[in-house]
Design a protein around this ligand. Structure first.
Ligand code: AMP
Length: 687
């Protein structure tokens, strides 16, 4: 199925014809009385609630009372907050729980160590199946404290920012929590980013300390992470030390600034006094792509973020004490932060850290892991589901999945075919599938089919219902709120919530311009959405120049910046196109400088190498088309709409071309595209 390209979100994607109404397996005949305290202890004191939808209404119309009750109940405070919120969306001022003091690592560790020290906090699902490692809350606290003390010994202070470049592993989680313990912020950089991308993020965050591992292991391959850090750090004058943990037994070259992390941790005390933090102190930065070339370091703060991650984890996934939560996202993305680390640990849960790939050593990997670890909630990405369904049902049927209770999807739209397969084959038709919409900026899930009444319908491929305290609205092109249903528009959120990012590191103006100014008084998400007749939301894609490759956000401008650095290139335009497995692929048009004489295949290879080296492999163009000129308006703006239509083979809706400077450019592009992609099929998945 094709997803709507950006900017034309008016078609209804899930027709009522192919819609299946799904009823949850714990449906009880007849109407039950709503026991609010049993469903949500945080809301026990709220009077007059008749069902979950009235609780939802209350959380929106009485946001302050709702969030105050939730914060008091779910978090442990050193001293209570005096002001629930002080927010002004139009000015980008967001403050929650002011006056409150707490420590996030205490909330994630110490309070559970007091009640159940030997409970498993982390299950590290290492690359080689069957070699998992379990870490209890007691052990994780000890690791965190030793590491906190080590960071302090190396001069890391409250307010500093530590960059973490590690694959998912217990020491990466301990590193995040150690920062939180001593009041430093962390900046986790996905360990698939190149040295240059890492260096850019270290410099922007002004980190003096980087934490890494000697080598990573993924899909049976060894990845030289320490070498990447060495290259990155050479261009980062702020970095004074690199803490190196040993993921493999292979020694790596150590320099004077490198510290053998595990050896030094052993010398540290196993107790580390937690720093007392204000609710609005920074917890972490996380870089993500926007529509300009420069990634933005979104800033999340302590109490609001933690509360939101914990609450969404508990209620979207119906997570209960004793469940094993399997989020397979990398910790380098916000999903890994909120649903591998902070949400589950704040709730005292058991969480899986997945180091491998969905097809290593074979396409049964996820389900073999579900069987072996007895996973109850599985949270993954549509791109992996689409890949696995192509390998056939037998890889799923081989394994016992009876422990599964909820299946989650995140990162990009999940098409109906993938949704149905996930539900029918993986979940044996009995597990609710929650398509969760959210973004790095929102801190946690904002729209998702659950929580809702246990027998409430779930529509395939729709995120559907706003979470507590979230009030989505759709805007038309004039900036007016669309009040009726069965309509499409720009997705905004009309009131602040505790999990939202507070600013962009070092650039509050960019925060205001990106999120607050497009629709004054509202938070603009950058996504388009459709609101169905019944009031359910379906995300239709980005409205800006951001594309989503296998769930990874990347700005087209970021790729163009790299391509344009090649001395043979005069200019380029990069767009996303529908891709069977990745969701979107990258298609780049390149105009060469005059008199450049190179083989196109050689240049394509060079450009791919450059993108891989400067950003990451996933950002490499799938197609590079060389053209003499790009379609431009008379004012010189590239008409991306036209390029998109050509690549999506939708030549009947090229639209008004009268403003084009040189209409012949379009014909050349159509012809070149036919030659490049004419017969080309997407390759079948490789085992
Ligand atoms: P990131 O900040 O990297 O998590 O990317 C967030 C973006 O991914 C959103 O703005 C959406 O464009 C897309 N996205 C995330 N979840 C979904 C979903 N369930 N359905 C559709 N798009 C999604």
């Amino acid at each position: 199925m094709m997803w709507l390209p950006c900017g034309c979100a008016s078609r209804r994607v899930v027709s009522s014809f192919n819609r299946r109404v799904f009823r949850s397996y714990f449906h009880v005949e007849g109407r039950r009385r709503f026991n609010v305290a049993a469903f949500m202890p945080e809301a026990a004191g709220i009077q007059g609630l008749s069902d979950r939808s009235t609780l939802q209404e209350f959380s929106v119309s009485n946001g302050e009372s709702f969030w105050a009750a939730a914060a008091r109940h779910r978090l442990s405070w050193v001293s209570p907050f005096h002001t629930v919120q002080d927010c002004d969306l139009s000015r980008g001022r967001i403050k929650w729980f002011e006056g409150g003091k707490l420590n996030v690592s205490v909330n994630c560790l110490d309070r559970h160590v007091h009640t159940c020290p030997e409970k498993v906090a982390l299950i590290w699902e290492r690359d080689e199946p069957g070699s998992e490692v379990q870490v209890t809350y007691r052990q994780l606290l000890e690791m965190t404290c030793r590491l906190g003390n080590l960071l302090k010994r190396h001069g890391v202070k409250k307010g500093d920012c530590v960059t973490i470049y590690m694959p998912p592993c217990p020491l990466a989680v301990a590193s995040m929590l150690a920062c939180a313990r001593i009041g430093a912020a962390h900046n986790v950089v996905f360990a698939g980013f190149s040295a240059e991308a890492l260096a850019e993020r270290i410099r922007d965050a002004q980190s003096s300390t980087v934490i890494t591992v000697n080598q990573g292991v993924r899909g049976g391959k060894v990845i030289e992470l320490k070498k990447t850090v060495d290259t990155a750090v050479d261009g980062c004058p702020t970095v004074q030390q690199v803490l190196v943990a040993m993921r493999t037994e292979n020694p790596v070259a150590m320099t004077a600034r490198d510290v053998d992390m595990e050896e030094e941790m052993l010398k540290e005390d196993a107790v580390c006094e937690p720093a007392i933090m204000d609710s609005e102190d920074v917890l972490f930065l996380l870089y993500t792509s926007g529509s300009t070339g420069k990634p933005k370091g979104l800033v999340h703060t302590q109490a609001g973020y933690l509360l939101y991650a914990a609450l969404t984890h508990r209620y979207v996934f119906t997570y209960h004490d004793g469940d094993v939560f399997g989020c397979v996202a990398d910790i380098g993305w916000i999903t890994g932060h909120s649903y591998s680390v902070y949400g589950p640990l704040a709730n005292g849960g058991t969480t899986v850290l997945f180091e491998s790939t969905p097809i290593y050593p074979n396409p049964g990997r996820y389900w073999e892991m579900v069987q072996r670890l007895k996973i109850n909630q599985f949270y993954g990405a549509p791109t992996a589901i689409r890949l696995l369904l192509k390998y056939g049902d037998q890889w799923v049927h081989k394994y016992d999945r009876s422990t599964l209770k909820t299946l989650g999807s995140v990162g990009e739209p999940i098409n109906t075919e993938a949704w149905e397969w996930y539900h029918r084959v993986v979940g044996d038709g009995r597990c609710p599938v929650v398509d969760t919409w959210w973004q790095t900026e929102t801190g946690g899930i904002c729209i998702s089919p659950r929580p809702s009444d246990p027998d409430a319908e779930i529509v395939p491929g729709m995120a559907m219902r706003p979470f507590f305290g979230i009030k989505p609205v759709l805007m038309d092109t004039e900036g007016k709120v669309l009040t009726s249903n069965n309509t499409s528009g720009a997705l905004c959120i009309s009131q602040p919530w505790p999990g939202m990012a507070r600013t962009i590191h070092n650039n509050h103006q960019r925060y205001i311009e990106t999120y607050c100014q497009p629709y004054p008084g509202y938070f603009f998400t950058g996504d388009g959405a459709y609101c169905s007749e019944e009031g359910y939301y379906q995300i239709t894609g980005r409205l800006d120049d951001v594309i989503n490759v296998s769930g990874h956000r990347i700005g087209t401008a970021e790729i163009e910046d790299v391509v344009n650095q090649c001395s043979a290139v005069a200019e380029s335009a990069c767009i996303g196109y529908s891709h069977d497995i990745k969701g979107q692929g990258v298609y780049t048009f390149v105009v060469l400088k005059k008199d450049v004489d190179v083989q196109e295949t050689d240049l394509s290879r060079l450009l791919n190498d450059m993108v891989s080296k400067k950003i990451a492999k996933y950002a490499c163009p799938d197609f590079i088309q060389f053209v003499h000129r790009l379609p431009k308006t008379r004012s010189g703006k590239i008409m991306r709409r036209v390029l998109r239509k050509v690549v999506e083979r939708d030549l009947n809706s090229l639209g008004d071309l009268s403003t084009l400077d040189d209409p012949a450019a379009v014909q050349e592009i159509i012809q070149g595209h036919r030659e490049l992609c004419g017969q080309q099929q997407q390759p079948p998945p490789q085992p």
